[in-house]
Design a binder for this molecule. Structure first.
Ligand code: IPE
Ligand code: IPE
Ligand code: MG
Length: 242
């Protein structure tokens, strides 16, 4: 049974498939990452048009440092150029930008761009756009545990969650992974505990507003039970719409 046409509040995306997109065209992998930035720009616009308030994208994982140095350097370069080019536009469109993940392995100039973008856009309200950079879900849980190392009370899920990245935002309720793989690759392991999962064969550089619309429609067809049974969900929908 389909639930009522409820929209996701917070979409998380694993933007995968740039390298294969480039390889199919006989282009270097970097060309795929460049095309991927354009897809991201379209996606931000499409998410905003769907009146969704929160978007979190996986741009560089803790494990991506293991790629060949040439590709990592190009990715860092593209990231810097992308920030310089797109942050003013995002700010103009009232988008709040935040970065989650470690910063200690990034260059000073990149760190400065990240914190400048966060400061510039801090008061914006149209869309909360989070970019996961040098992010790993396992790292996130460890840093939350570290913060609680001397906590006097027992550690509960609610308490731990308050110390994870994005703790001031609603949990992502929809995860989209492009590129055909069906795995989490160490993304928001805790935060996605009850997210609906959509795996798309579309390579990230080909992703566009029709894919966002389709994902939002698919989300509305899912019945989110959170461990309860079908009848309880139906009853809660009736109460909510009374
Ligand atoms: C995702 O695309 C971008 C990053 C992980 C930085 P990939 O570069 O992983 O593309 P494929 O999976 O090799 O096609
Ligand atoms: C996940 O993609 C990370 C990002 C999209 C940034 P990967 O391409 O790194 O994932 P694996 O290696 O296929 O699991
Ligand atoms: Mg990949």
């Amino acid at each position: 049974m389909a639930s009522s046409a409820i929209k996701p509040q917070h979409i998380a995306i694993i933007m995968d498939g740039n390298g294969r997109w480039a390889a199919r065209r006989g282009l270097p992998r970097t060309a795929g990452h460049q095309a991927g930035q354009k897809a991201l720009r379209r996606t931000i616009e499409a998410v905003h048009q769907q009146h969704i308030q929160y978007l979190t994208v996986f741009a560089f994982s803790s494990e991506n440092w293991q790629r060949p140095a040439g590709e990592v350097n190009k990715l860092m370069d593209l990231l810097k150029k992308g920030l310089q080019k797109h942050i003013p536009e995002l700010h103009k469109n009232n988008v709040r930008v935040r970065f989650i993940g470690r910063r200690d392995q990034f260059s000073g100039s990149l760190c400065k761009l990240l914190s400048n973008a966060e400061q510039l856009t801090a008061a914006n309200q149209a869309l909360n756009f989070n970019v996961a950079l040098d992010y790993g879900g396992q790292w996130d849980i460890c840093q939350a545990v570290e913060q609680l190392r001397h906590h006097p009370q027992p550690i509960t899920p609610q308490l731990l969650q308050q110390h994870l990245c994005l703790s001031d935002q609603p949990l992502p309720d929809l995860l989209i992974r492009t590129g055909g793989e069906q795995r989490m690759s160490n993304f928001l392991l805790w935060q996605l505990a009850y997210a609906e999962l959509i795996f798309s064969a579309t390579l990230w550089p080909d992703f566009d507003s029709t894919d966002i619309t389709a994902a939002v429609q698919e989300f509305a067809r899912r019945e989110r039970r959170f461990g309860t049974v079908n009848e309880q969900v139906a009853a809660s929908i009736q109460v909510a719409s009374a």
